[in-house]
Design a protein around this ligand. Sequence first.
Ligand SMILES: Nc1ncnc2c1ncn2[C@@H]1O[C@H](COP(=O)(O)OP(=O)(O)OP(=O)(O)O)[C@@H](O)[C@H]1O
Ligand SMILES: [Mg+2]
Length: 336
Amino acid sequence: MARDVAIDLGTANTLVYQRGRGILFAEPTVLALNKETGAVLAMGEEAWHMIGRTPGYIVAVRPLRSGAISDFDVTEKLIRLILQRSGVTRLARPRVLVCVPSALTEVERRAVEEATLSAGARSCYLIEEPMAAAIGAGLPVHEPLGNLVVDVGGGTSEVALISLGGMVTNTPVRVGGFDLDAAITTYLRREYAIAVGERTAERIKIAVGSAWPLQNEEKAELRGRDLASGLPKNVVITSEEIREAVAEQVRAVVTATVECLGASPPDLVQDVLLNGITLTGGGGMLSGLDKLISQETEVPVHVTEQPLESVVLGAGKCLESFDQARSIFLDSSRRG
Ligand SMILES: Nc1ncnc2c1ncn2[C@@H]1O[C@H](COP(=O)(O)OP(=O)(O)OP(=O)(O)O)[C@@H](O)[C@H]1O
Ligand SMILES: [Mg+2]
């Protein structure tokens, strides 16, 4: 019998967990597409490797860029590739648990289920990402306690208060790490009149970006293209400047956290005041974001040990005890 798999189909990264084995792979959510025929040729690292080594009509695309799963065909192909790489064959069809943003509409959820089944799954179950993240972070989601999770992803972020195995309040934010990268690109264009690619912007963010003043402010050198001359130009940028560049996007995450607390039942908020807020997702690693959220909410904030993995690890825990976990899945029969 096939081993169940859980998939975190993130805007930035795709992770797969296989029951009894653990994380099988974690790769960027990138597809290599043949622009002329529309054929999907590869995903993840393999897709990056194809670009530049293959004819010009093969391009890399981030299919889930906007956060929502918009194109059914592409989603289906993506899931098919993921299942193939997880060793799924026509004879060994697994149950598949897919992590989805809680803001997904009913129609979009059905599209994910259909894509998963058509890609070769025996059955498909859905779990909301903040719930999976909370389980992955080891929070006591089944207890009558308020657990607050802030998941800052690539395309979107979500703040959710979880209690008794369900989401009590949730506040989606249309801002994630990619938006911080875009804000850095805009800043460099405006202040230094240079153009940089998104991978450079991301590298700078990870190297010197922050949400809170650093003890020793840092500097980084980057190379862009001078907008006036078109020639390469080097610029030295400080962590303070990057903080200013991303301030608005960072603020949106903080505001959503405050709003989520404000909209939650007082007793559950009391638990959060005692136990703190759990910060996760790749964007949760932005230096000082924990301090800023803590300052603005007056609640301690803990960053999870594996921010990039908490969603898939949580879904994986659900696979390991499938029958107990079933009550928190969004399966269609219960959604009616
Ligand atoms: N050290 C870091 N500091 C700041 N941002 C980081 C750091 N490391 C990774 N990131 C950012 O985290 C984001 C990816 O996070 P993650 O893998 O959790 O997103 P995702 O789950 O694919 O997206 P989503 O949940 O929105 O669909 C990227 O935008 C990346 O630039
Ligand atoms: Mg995510």
